[in-house]
Design a binder for this molecule. Structure first.
Ligand SMILES: Nc1ncnc2c1ncn2[C@@H]1O[C@H](COP(=O)(O)OP(=O)(O)OP(=O)(O)O)[C@@H](O)[C@H]1O
Ligand SMILES: [Mg+2]
Length: 236
């Protein structure tokens, strides 16, 4: 079976005269779990948008393998094999249930499988009490939980999560951590960005660090700062 993979080569991203970052080669494929670290403004969101095909580099190539790039290479990747979850979750003006059902891959699942997966997502993200609330009325943390639940239902091959727990209290962080761990078990390629180490870091196998306008890749995962640690034990 062909692996879904995105490779970026000889990349330069700059805005007007300001160089944001440059790197020689990075690849992201199914099964990867990458912790993307960098200070505020270092370019984490920009790097994920680049790999999702939402923005183009000033120079270099972003190459898609294992899927039909021209069809997928559009900003709205919800139906595709790769999904970028924005730091400030985009939701539709409708209730939570409508948002969960919107644009689901009906060709991938039977109606029964889809309903089972929706029910499971509602349980995991604890959205049951909010099903009939309008998504635009949700709190920041609830919006992020809903956006992740929707992505989880559609089972993307590659998922980029931009600061997925930034607006959350510890309880919501634990829920999200469990959902992300489930995606990991299913083999979804994950990039998880955060400006600081957190409970998510322990799930990761690779580390990309944006520092001094470079993206430095390694297999060394920095340890979680004590104050940020969550009392969550990974299944692995
Ligand atoms: N389209 C754009 N035009 C001009 N500057 C931009 C554009 N997009 C991003 N930038 C700038 O590039 C820098 C990196 O932005 P980015 O959102 O990628 O950072 P980040 O690492 O995700 O930061 P944060 O931790 O605050 O989310 C910022 O200074 C931002 O203002
Ligand atoms: Mg960002």
């Amino acid at each position: 079976m062909i692996m879904v993979k995105v490779t970026a080569k000889n990349i330069l991203v700059q805005f007007k005269a300001r160089k944001l970052f440059t790197f020689n080669s990075l690849s992201f494929c199914e099964g990867d779990v990458i912790y993307l670290q960098g200070d505020n403004g270092s370019g984490k969101s920009t790097l994920m948008k680049l790999l999702a095909g939402i923005i183009k580099p000033c120079s270099g190539d972003v190459i898609a393998e294992g899927f039909a790039a021209p069809k997928w290479w559009q900003p709205n990747t919800l139906l595709g094999k790769a999904v970028y979850l924005h730091q400030h979750a985009y939701l539709f003006d409708g209730n939570v249930e409508y948002n969960l059902r919107y644009a689901l891959p009906k060709d991938k699942f039977s109606a029964k499988q889809l309903q089972q997966r929706i029910n499971q997502a509602i349980d995991m993200a604890q959205l049951g009490a909010l099903l009939h609330s309008n998504a635009t009325d949700l709190s920041g943390g609830e919006r992020q939980r809903l956006a992740l639940a929707r992505a989880w239902i559609s089972q993307p091959k590659l998922l980029m999560l931009d600061e997925p727990i930034s607006n959350m209290d510890k309880q919501s962080q634990k829920l999200v951590l469990a959902m992300i761990n489930q995606l990991k078990q299913e083999g979804t390629g994950l990039i998880i960005s955060s400006h600081q180490t957190c409970g998510l870091t322990a799930l990761c196998k690779k580390h990309w660090h944006i520092t001094d306008n470079n993206v430095v890749a390694s297999n060394h995962i920095p340890s979680v700062e004590q104050s940020q640690e969550l009392q969550y034990v990974s299944a692995n």
